[in-house]
Design a protein around this ligand. Structure first.
Ligand SMILES: *[C@@H]1O[C@H](CO)[C@@H](O)[C@H](O)[C@H]1NC(C)=O
Ligand SMILES: *[C@@H]1O[C@H](CO)[C@@H](O)[C@H](O)[C@H]1NC(C)=O
Ligand SMILES: *[C@@H]1O[C@H](CO)[C@@H](O)[C@H](O)[C@H]1NC(C)=O
Ligand SMILES: *[C@@H]1O[C@H](CO)[C@@H](O)[C@H](O)[C@H]1NC(C)=O
Length: 470
């Protein structure tokens, strides 16, 4: 009887181990489950490491409401690691590492948006779906507002740069520990605030990444915030003499196009070069009939002229370039000209004045200088010297949509010039390690149908570019 039983057992065992796919998956599953207890993160607590299978929809019932992030579909098998890390004795960040079963050996960090405070799960999913060990953090606070900056410089420091960098250092360790091998290349992808974070990395943490995709970067951050916060005092509240009613904006958009369409040499209803457009709104003047409709009063014309002029301080120095004309139908009025405070004015409220009662209507030009001078934790992100990043062979891809509804695309060429001047490099020399793209908006056309316009859609555009270079 003995030998027979043994034979059956042996066959069974052989049968199981001859299914390498199932075996690999079981190994992946058990090493994922075990990971949380193996990981030793200084000042960190790993709350879980769990298998997520392709097709799962993750839910985030505890996510901050202002993040509007109820769920995320996951398209590949991966090991999801969740942890919190203390960044000082009064600040911490939460982060996640998504480690795909089919790892390409590469590492990717994602960034954040606005004043957030929100893990960008769709970007982490995107990276993991392409085989990157991918990480993302909450940038040191939860939610999209600046309230957490109040009375806590450490939360400000996390937001300026520390949370992302810390997440990268820890994320690489988690990846190496899980796969048992170092990553081969490391990349970054982010847009808007995420673009600023990418630039900060190139400027200050040159060893973190081999390649950085920085979209529509919120660099010259203090000054950008002055520029975007000053639209409210400029337009005033709805109904005030300076205010331009929202239903005037399609008329303004048409007037701009009529004036500037030809600047690029082709009259085709598309303004390819907004930088060549020196818009003069006089044609929209109501003239003497100040109560006529579909026209602008002298006071409203002044508002409009200021919107399309560079922002200067009291000394006449440039604070921030003008809004590029051409995005009037793509969200600019809804972002800036509604008579509501813009979200980023929280920067002034909590990080500059540290006063929850500060009134966004009270912003004055001296505040631009104050904010730029305080430059908390060097959040300006305007270092022109990228030589350390260049030396280590880093590559920087910087793009900006020419119809950006939040961050003027005229700021990006200004940074390019600043790097060129600071490093004393010609365009050809800069081309060796950087690419700067100004894109009007790429039409993704399939079978004659326009599927998407990408130039204004930050995240979608950065993925589109990333997919083609990384
Ligand atoms: C980690 O856990 C310990 C014990 O529960 C707790 O005191 C500490 O605040 C936690 N740290 C972080 C960063 O969450
Ligand atoms: C927190 O850390 C700072 C220095 O980083 C120190 O000055 C302070 O005393 C610490 N506070 C507490 C409560 O440990
Ligand atoms: C427009 O202005 C004229 C003269 O200034 C005035 O007589 C008229 O009532 C006004 N119309 C409206 C609709 O306010
Ligand atoms: C920001 O604004 C200040 C104050 O006007 C100015 O001195 C500084 O040059 C500006 N910085 C950048 C990066 O534009």
């Amino acid at each position: 009887m003995w030998p027979k039983t043994l034979l059956v057992l042996t066959l069974l065992v052989q049968n199981i181990s001859s299914n390498p796919v199932a075996n690999a998956f079981d190994n992946f599953h058990s090493s994922c489950r075990a990971l949380a207890s193996h990981l030793i993160i200084p000042h960190g607590n790993v709350s879980s490491s769990s298998l997520v299978t392709a097709g799962t929809t993750l839910r985030f019932p505890n996510s901050d409401q202002t993040c509007t992030r109820p769920s995320q579909a996951v398209s590949v098998d991966l090991c999801r690691v969740e942890l919190t890390v203390a960044t000082s004795n009064r600040s911490s960040m939460s982060m996640e590492a998504w480690l795909p079963a089919h790892w390409t050996g590469r590492f990717l960090s994602t960034g954040n948006g606005g004043l957030g405070g929100c893990i960008q799960y769709e970007d982490i999913e995107y990276g993991a779906s392409l085989g990157f060990a991918t990480v993302g953090t909450n940038n040191g606070h939860d939610g999209m507002t600046g309230e957490s900056f109040l009375d806590n410089a450490d939360v400000v420091e996390d937001f300026a740069s520390r949370a992302l960098h810390t997440g990268v250092v820890i994320g690489k360790k988690i990846s190496a520990s899980f796969y048992g091998a170092e990553h081969s290349k490391s990349y970054y992808i982010g847009c808007s605030t995420g673009g600023r974070q990418g630039m900060k990395e190139a400027q200050t943490f040159p060893d973190d990444f081999d390649g950085i995709v920085a979209g529509a970067p919120a660099i010259a951050f203090n000054n950008l915030t002055s520029w975007s916060s000053r639209f409210l005092p400029l337009t005033g509240l709805p109904g005030s003499p300076t205010f331009i009613p929202l239903d005037m904006w399609p008329i303004i958009a048409q007037d701009i196009l009529d004036q500037c369409d030809d600047n690029d040499g082709v009259s085709d209803g598309i303004m390819e070069s907004p930088d060549l457009c020196d818009y003069n709104p006089e044609a929209l003047s109501c003239g003497v009939s100040e109560n006529a409709t579909n026209c602008l009063t002298t006071t409203q014309l002044q508002t409009l002229k200021s919107i399309y002029s560079p922002l200067l301080d009291a000394n006449g120095d440039l604070v921030y370039p003008r809004l590029q004309p051409g995005a009037e139908l793509l969200g600019v009025p809804q972002t800036y000209f509604t008579g509501q405070p813009f979200g980023a004015s929280d920067w002034f409220k909590y990080a500059i004045f540290n006063d929850p009662n500060w009134d966004p209507m009270s912003l004055v030009p001296a505040d631009y200088v104050l904010s730029s001078t305080m430059n908390r934790f060097n959040i300006e992100t305007w270092e022109g010297d990228l030589s350390a990043f260049r030396r280590k062979g880093g590559k920087l891809l910087h793009y900006h949509g020419l119809a950006d509804p939040v961050i003027s695309s005229e700021n990006s060429p200004r940074y390019y010039q600043h790097v060129s001047d600071t490093m004393g490099l010609s365009s050809a020399e800069l081309d060796e390690f950087t690419v700067t793209l100004l894109s009007l908006g790429w039409l993704i056309v399939e079978e004659g149908q326009v599927l998407r316009i990408l130039g204004t859609v930050c995240e979608a555009l950065s993925r589109w570019i990333h997919k083609r270079i990384c």
